[in-house]
Design a protein around this ligand. Structure first.
Ligand code: AMP
Length: 138
C-alpha cells in the first residue's frame, strides 16, 4: 500500500484545510479531532509522509510517540481528567480511515464511555478544550 498525498491530514499539513493546532515541532503536529469520541480528543501526526505504523520509519514512530506523550500529559493536566488512551489503527479492517499515520489522544473520565465514531463535534466546544490543552502545554 502506498501513501496518497491527497489524504486529509496531508492537506492540513500543507495548510489547504484548517485545523485547531495544539503543538508542533520539526517532526510532528498535534491538533484537535473534529469528530471527538471523548471531550478533548486530539491527534498527533508526523510531518513527513507514511500511511501508518507499518510503513513508518523508527524515527517517525519515535517522534510521534514522544509528542503523543507530551500531549497526553497536557490533556491530563489541562482538562483535569482521570486517564488518557493513546490509540492507533493500521489499515481499513483495523478501523483506519485517514491514511497518514496518527495517534489518537483520548481523554477519559471515570464512568464516561467513548462516543461512536463519525459524529461532527461542536466547534466552539472543541476550541474551548483546545485552549485548555494549549495552556497546559505552555
Ligand atoms: P482513524 O479511524 O484512526 O483513521 O481516525 C481518523 C480520525 O480523523 C477520526 O477520529 C476523525 O474524526 C478525524 N478527522 C477526520 N477529518 C478530520 C479533520 N479535517 N480534522 C481533524 N480530524 C479529522
Amino acid at each position: 500500500m502506498s501513501y496518497d498525498s491527497d489524504n486529509v491530514f496531508a492537506k492540513i499539513l500543507r495548510g489547504e484545510i484548517p485545523s485547531n493546532k495544539l503543538y508542533e515541532d520539526e517532526a510532528t503536529l498535534a491538533f484537535m479531532d473534529i469528530m471527538p469520541r471523548t471531550d478533548g480528543h486530539c491527534l498527533v501526526i508526523p510531518k513527513t509522509p507514511c500511511r501508518n505504523a507499518l510503513d513508518a520509519t523508527p524515527e517517525q514512530l519515535a517522534a510521534v510517540i514522544a509528542t503523543a506523550q507530551k500531549v497526553a500529559k497536557a490533556v491530563m493536566k489541562g482538562l483535569g481528567v482521570d486517564g488518557v488512551i493513546l490509540e492507533q489503527y493500521n489499515e481499513a479492517p483495523a478501523g483506519q480511515e485517514v491514511f497518514h499515520l496518527h495517534f489518537h489522544v483520548l481523554p477519559m473520565r471515570e464512568g464516561v464511555a467513548m462516543r461512536p465514531p463519525g459524529k461532527m463535534g461542536d466547534f466552539a466546544e472543541i476550541a474551548g478544550y483546545a485552549d485548555r490543552i494549549r495552556a497546559a502545554l505552555a
